[in-house]
Structure formats: C-alpha cells, structure tokens
Design a protein around this ligand. Structure first.
Ligand code: ZN
Length: 134
C-alpha cells in the first residue's frame, strides 16, 4: 500500500458538516458526489497529500445510516491507495483477511474500491482504492 489516500467520516448532515470542515481545514471541498449504489452523498477535501471524505446516508439501507445509528458520527474508515487492487486483494486474502466484496466496485472520486472487514483490523474498516485511469 502506498499511503493513506483519505479518511472517511460519517456525518448526519452533509451541508452543515461541509461548513464545519471548511472552517476546520481552511479549504473548500473540491467535490460533492453521490454514490447511488451505496446510498451515500460524499464531499471531498484536499489536505496536503491526503483527503477527507464526508459521507452522509441517503437511505436507511446505507452502511453509513447503520453506522451512525450504532456508533454515532465519527471516523468510519481509513482508505489506502494501491497500484493494483486485484493483486492487493489476493495478497490480503492469502494473509487471512476477509474482503467484504468479491470484486472491486466503483467508488466515489474516480476510484475502484474494496473493503477489509473491521474484525480483521482491530475494529477499523479499511478501504483499498485504486485510481481509475481513463
Ligand atoms: Zn472512502
């Protein structure tokens, strides 16, 4: 894995949280994007080499909705950039990690993503993401 690409934060209300994070970070978000397949709205902020992703649920089926019901707002996942997500998924499976999806899926911000089960990473949901080259 190359670096922490972004930190995902579960929020109840994207509009007000965007304002809060704009004040906190001193930069405006550079993108708002809905990922309809995941029932989330996202906002991205650039902070140096890393990013912050705010995630708001758009339906009760959303993992973000369920996360907030259980644990409240807060850090939801850590995302690591990888060059080859397929190779990295194979490597992690061999190491005994549970990958939450069979195949990488299209995530926000032009990425292929997959998730490692938090039970295998001390309670932390880990995302792998690879830039989609167009
Ligand atoms: Zn993410």
């Amino acid at each position: 894995m190359k670096k922490i690409e972004h930190i995902g934060i579960a929020v109840k209300d994207l509009d007000s949280s965007c304002k809060t994070y704009e004040q906190l970070l001193g930069v405006k978000h550079y993108k708002i994007e809905e990922v309809a397949s995941e029932y989330v709205n996202t906002a991205f902020f650039k902070v140096g080499d890393s990013k912050v992703e705010l995630l708001e649920a758009t339906a009760e089926e959303s993992a973000i909705y369920q996360f907030i019901q259980k644990r409240g707002e807060g850090i939801h996942h850590l995302a690591f950039a990888v060059d080859d997500i397929y190779a990295e998924m194979e490597r992690l499976k061999k190491e005994g990690f549970t990958i939450l999806n069979e195949q990488p899926k299209k995530g926000a911000d032009n990425k292929l993503v997959c998730f490692v089960h938090p039970k295998d990473a001390n309670g932390v949901l880990v995302e792998l993401c690879q830039e989609i080259k167009s």
